[in-house]
Design a protein. Structure first.
Length: 338
């Protein structure tokens, strides 16, 4: 069973919103193709404008799969939800905070192999490790240049949006959303950390060129060590642009020692290949609360891989509604061939 139509209310939707992540035959739903590499299996609005135990369910900035198969969904208002992996129904919520007890602008999420959570915040920016009950266990080092000005060269609200772990669990990657001051427009940096004896030390840094006018809200490692990269933008009166790329950092130049990236010779950027523009997906009967090039679109910001088989990935996306009446908390189930 695959979800093919919008689930408009929590009461009706959470019962029916099963199998968002289900794998079907390789040729299933070719009519739902967004591109030769991507098809959309369904979407759900079941959690839109709902609450759970008094906490607003929305503002989702990151998704990850827990070891028991449930979903972890991170709100940029510091709430970390546990969701049923089949129905999306909330099962629990933990409030995160910084060392002083202040809320985070939480944007990236990784479930580590011991079940703890690595969470990026774009305020400073920072990456912290949290226990399952929300206690801070560790904080990773961050290069000075990536800090928000005046401490560094990053723009506010444009730092560590994406966070992912490469296969094997030894390399963590955080993606900046926008370029540093002094770097060419559109060139964003990806910072890595290497695990040594249970802790993470700064590793190589790579550069990725986003399309004109777009930023990078999320990166997710594929089973073969490449990256799925979301690029996103918004134009008032027109709507969102959301594109999904496959990127390969393995032959890119380590840019950690390069102060300004201006297109100089000898710097190999991360190679990328367009998988799909989400505006090209069939709308499946979706409706939008504001102008969009496709009513299926919203402020898509979160992504995780929920399964894979024979080179095909089950990818779950979620939008950040910003607790805004004209935006929607929407989940999308994609099949991606890499």
């Amino acid at each position: 069973m695959r979800l093919r139509t919008v689930l408009a209310t929590a009461a009706a939707g959470l019962t029916a919103a099963t199998c968002l992540t289900a794998v079907g035959p390789a040729n299933a739903h070719e009519s739902n193709a967004c591109s030769p590499s991507v098809s959309i299996e369904g979407f759900s609005d079941a959690l839109d404008k709902t609450t759970y135990e008094g906490t607003y369910v929305g503002n989702f900035s990151a998704l990850a799969v827990n070891r028991d198969g449930s979903l972890a969904a991170l709100s940029d208002r510091s709430s970390l939800f546990g969701l049923d992996g089949r129905t999306l129904a909330p099962k629990g919520v933990v409030q995160l905070a910084d060392e002083s007890g202040a809320a985070l602008d939480a944007e990236g999420l990784v479930v580590d192999r011991d079940g703890t959570y690595l969470v990026s915040s774009e305020t400073e920016p920072s990456v912290r490790r949290y226990s399952r009950d929300g206690r801070i266990l560790d904080r990773l080092p961050v290069p000075d240049a990536l800090r928000v000005a005046p401490a560094g060269r990053a723009v506010g609200n444009g730092t560590f949006e994406g966070l992912t772990m490469l296969p094997g669990g030894r390399t963590l990657i955080a993606s900046m959303e926008y370029a540093l001051s002094g770097d060419s427009a559109g060139i964003v940096r990806l910072q890595t950390w290497k695990r040594h004896h249970g802790s993470f030390a700064l590793g190589a840094q790579y550069a990725y060129r986003a399309d004109t006018g777009l930023g990078v809200p999320e990166v997710t490692a594929t089973p073969d060590g490449r990256l799925l990269v979301l690029e996103r933008g918004f134009t008032a009166g027109v709507g969102n642009t959301v594109r999904l790329y496959l990127a390969d950092p393995r032959r890119a130049t380590d840019t950690s020692g390069i102060d300004h990236l201006t297109g100089q010779d000898g710097v190999r950027l991360i190679k990328k290949t367009l998988l799909a523009d989400i505006a090209d997906c069939p709308d499946l009967g979706a409706t939008a609360k504001q102008p969009q090039p496709n009513p299926l679109l919203d402020n898509i910001e979160a992504m995780t891989i929920t399964g894979h088989r024979n080179g095909r990935l089950n990818v779950l996306l979620a939008s950040d509604d910003n607790q805004n009446a004209v935006q929607t908390t929407r989940f999308y189930s994609l099949r991606v061939r890499t």
